[in-house]
Design a protein. Sequence first.
Length: 354
Amino acid sequence: MLDEGMVTGDALAGHAPDPRRKLVEVRGLKMYFPITSGLLRRKIGDVKAVDNVSFDIYEGETLGLVGESGCGKSTTGRALLRLYEVTDGVVKIDGQDVARADARTLRQMRTTMQMVFQDPQASLNPRMTVASIISEPLDEHTKLSKKEKLARIYELMDAVGLNRTFANRYPHEFSGGQRQRIGIARALALNPKFIVCDEPIAALDVSIQAQVVNLLEELQEKLGLTYLFISHDLSMVRHIADRVAVMYLGQLAELAPREALYAEPLHPYTEALLSAVPDPDPAVETRRARIILKGDVPSPANPPKGCNFCTRCPRVMAVCKDVEPAFREVRPQHFVACHLYDSDKTQDAGSAGA
């Protein structure tokens, strides 16, 4: 049974049935890490890294997931791929339940879902050559001959813009951008449908970031890939994402199509985030008012009662400190968890798909 703050499948897709196919379906995802104390390591609480998160990702689209450091973005991405054991909730990728799959089924599903990690240097084995790194998924999941594997390695290197003569070099011989291309080639080796890009440009020079993002877009168009693009760079997310989800303290605050969210953010936290993004037009930039949030982010081990954002919200109301807002659709395809939009009309919209 769905929690009050959880959105049903029909509601996530809007009032009218969406013709697009859902590749990823997430319902009530929770990822808690236990807090222990004493010699016997007795559990005394939980760090609620991800707390009751629900969303869909449609086939062929890019969903951007943004928020400040420590809000649970990367944990969400890793939980989707079952790199962590999910505490609760449902995660379906291509119709199969990842969260509850047994070891054998999960191994078979690995070919469908892959990940591009944040730090290309840390995610590549320094003792393996480029060819060995890209070939590793092929060794584990296919029965290709040595000749076929080499052909596939060269094909992948061509796809990500790496010279074939680099196949026998080691990661330390490459720049950060080239190392990230190696990681992308490894992720593509098994022809996945869904890729989690966990801040893939954060560790790169600004001059290289655009090249990697353009490469991801080209590969998506060519191979029909679906991305969850995790980032704190709101300018880059606006460039690459079709829809954007804003996360705060383990929960989704807002989810909307890219242009709608950037043009008119509804949640006060989203407004504050976007006010910090510089505008390239100097005339516009000088007129913009920046929203400075006061106070520190609460601990996910002890989140505030009611709305998670109530301790820092410039528009906080009494109800915010007692009642957790439901994540509901207040405009077509635009979802928000905020009491500012509590009305009979929005409540009816939020329950339309129930």
